[in-house]
Design a protein around this ligand. Structure first.
Ligand code: ZN
Length: 637
């Protein structure tokens, strides 16, 4: 990891956006063949960007061209407020892949004047009068996706999936007919890969996104990159997947898409995986048309090894768990989780990206063939690392020694805690004979998450982890203990709206563990007030471990015996309620940090390395690119 010494996770901020860089751990350890596979799939993942821009709005590509030309060639004063505001607008547009907010869908209000826009365009040789209302009139194309009940959702949405003038009723009738005429048991994803358009006589037809069809030249370039990738496929199965995808891009046949999806779901052996194509339907108010996205990921061999080590030792952990022996599993097998890292993000997954992805979206394929669900480890890690630097810890951690403890170990221990939770925690313990697995009703999921979390907390402090080489020393766990209580008592309150209680099971479980511990083990930790602000103060870390062991034993008993009254009592007393004064205090401290509510990612760059004979000897990964440079480069791909 030598060359990452100057690596920084936090990058630029503007408007409500914070950009992060993510690292791709494990890439260097891959074989050259796998690196080349990733290299070509990554190219394919970037080549559909303009498809998405056009899907998001009919004028997006045109506006981007104009704005980028002004941005790169404007001869006037680049330090003027107008130009500064213009730059912010362009960056927001880059981030949202269009002129509407990526999350709220509302059209951006330019901070620069109409006059500046028209004159700056003129200075670089462009005439833009026709674009003025598109940018400046708030009533024109005001929302990308309108979901308000009672409105005609197509006429009031600015996204470009339906030709102007087609009404919601017309489109719905068109697709209702397709559905009744099609295979009802194995329906294809009707309408997924086309724009709905209208003949002059008023009849509707689909303009299909395929080679030779709409977006045909973009799709042909994606196909070419996929063909390059095939040569480096890891196995026959993966080769067949890529070939099937190419066939789908060539024909636009939705039955072929289902065949491709099934092949893709069934491949669980390849280390490198990807999606490339029309995938999620959030951008269509009718939920039919899929936006283009592409990404490439691979199993992180190091992190996967870590979870393998845990599951190999599952029986040891089960046998030493601080619970009643009646509740222990006699034979215990851990789950070995696959940790994946993203290698590139493209289309609708860039720059703003999900951290967990679950596909495919076809219901019958999911039922009959299953689905793939992944957590993208390196993106989650980038968020964690950014949290280190954004002032949150400095604000909420009680003193400098604790702060440096967290900065050193919190990220590592948090990953490890997640592994313990997922690989061992959920699978440990057993119900007594005859106990209904749903006996805890609505409290079941909170209790189950608490059980898995406590299992992880308890073992984080165990010498066994040092012995297995998973924690660097016998003090590292303290970072997670502190962090956990701080989150449970304080920082997670920032995610709850004023006046509300805690609803979500994971948040409830953290509150439960924290408040139970503070109440029953004040000799271990307390909430302390200092200058009008509250902090977690830990008095004894070993005593905290005893607290977690005690609560784990009780929670396991509740689960194993199906003790609903005790589950209700614990959750209602410790997991649900929010102290309104503390809530207000946390919100104010949080707001003062001025954190950006939305985050997105800058991709790494991949470059082929040649030896002296002109043969490819390696694929190099680089992280230094700025957002602006990346955006302008992607515009020329
Ligand atoms: Zn869980």
């Amino acid at each position: 990891m030598q060359e990452q010494s100057d690596f920084t996770f936090l990058d630029e901020r503007f408007a409500d956006i914070q950009l992060l860089r993510y690292q791709v751990p494990g890439f260097k350890e891959l074989s050259l063949r796998q690196k080349l596979l990733i290299y070509h799939l990554s190219r394919a993942a970037l080549l559909g960007r303009d498809i998405l821009w056009d899907q998001n709005g009919a004028y997006n590509l045109q506006i981007r061209q104009v704005l980028e030309k002004i941005y790169t060639q404007y001869p006037g004063n680049r330090n003027s407020d107008e130009f500064l505001q213009f730059t912010i607008y362009l960056k927001r547009m880059w981030f949202s892949n269009g002129i509407h907010h990526h999350y709220g869908y509302q059209k951006f209000t330019p901070g620069f004047s109409e006059q500046f826009f028209v004159e700056a365009a003129k200075e670089v040789g462009l005439e833009v009068k026709h674009l003025v209302p598109i940018l400046f009139d708030p009533s024109v194309l005001s929302k990308r996706v309108n979901q308000a009940e009672g409105d005609d959702l197509l006429l009031t949405s600015a996204s470009n999936y339906y030709q102007d003038g087609i009404t919601q009723a017309q489109a719905e009738a068109f697709y209702a007919k397709q559905k009744t005429e099609g295979d009802s048991k194995h329906p294809v994803m009707y309408g997924m890969n086309s724009r709905l358009e209208m003949h002059p006589d008023g009849t509707l037809y689909e303009n299909v996104w395929r080679s030779g069809g709409l977006y045909g030249n973009h799709i042909d370039r994606i196909i070419a990159a996929l063909q390059d990738a095939i040569r480096y496929a890891e196995n026959k199965k993966q080769q067949a997947i890529i070939e099937k995808l190419i066939e789908f891009y060539q024909t636009g046949n939705l039955k072929t898409f289902d065949e491709y999806t099934i092949l893709w779901v069934e491949d669980t052996e390849s280390q490198v995986d990807f999606t490339n194509g029309f995938t999620e339907v959030y951008g269509d108010p009718l939920g039919l048309k899929a936006s283009w996205e592409g990404y490439v990921n691979f199993i992180d061999p190091i992190a996967t090894q870590r979870s393998q080590t845990l599951s190999d030792n599952a029986q040891w952990f089960e046998d030493h768990s601080p619970i009643d022996s009646r509740f222990r599993k006699k034979e215990c097998r851990g789950v070995s989780a696959k940790v994946i890292n993203a290698a590139i993000l493209g289309g609708d997954l860039y720059p703003s990206s999900a951290i967990g992805i679950n596909l495919p979206n076809s219901n019958w394929v999911r039922t009959e063939y299953g689905s793939k669900s992944v957590t993208i480890g390196n993106l989650a890690h980038a968020y964690d690392e950014a949290a280190k630097d954004n002032g949150l810890r400095k604000e909420f951690v009680i003193d400098d020694p604790t702060l440096s403890l967290l900065n050193k170990y919190a990220s590592l221990c948090d990953d490890l805690h997640t592994d313990l939770h997922e690989c061992l925690g959920h699978g440990s313990g057993q119900l007594l004979p005859g106990i209904d697995p749903d006996a805890l009703k609505a409290y079941g999921s909170t209790i189950e998450e608490a059980r898995a979390d406590l299992f992880g907390l308890y073992y984080l402090a165990d010498d066994k982890l040092v012995e297995l080489g998973l924690t660097p020393n016998a003090d590292a766990y303290k970072a997670q203990y502190y962090n956990y209580l701080m989150n449970g008592a304080l920082t997670q309150l920032a995610r709850i709206e004023k006046g509300n209680q805690i609803e979500e099971a994971h948040m409830r479980n953290r509150a439960l563990i924290t408040h139970w511990t503070l109440k029953n083990f004040p000799q271990a930790a307390t909430l302390k007030e200092k200058g009008g602000k509250h902090y977690i103060q830990v008095h004894s870390y070993p005593m905290l471990r005893t607290a977690f062991a005690t609560l784990l034993a009780e929670i396991q008993r509740i689960k194993s015996e199906g003790d609903l009254p005790a589950a209700r009592e614990l959750v209602e007393q410790f997991g649900v309620r929010v102290d309104p004064d503390l809530h207000t205090e946390v919100m104010l401290r949080y707001r003062a940090l001025n954190l950006s509510p939305y985050k997105g990612f800058i991709n790494p760059e991949y470059e082929l390395v040649y030896d002296e004979n002109g043969n490819i000897s390696d694929v190099q990964i680089r992280y230094g690119e700025t957002f602006e440079h990346q955006m302008l480069r992607y515009g020329k791909l």
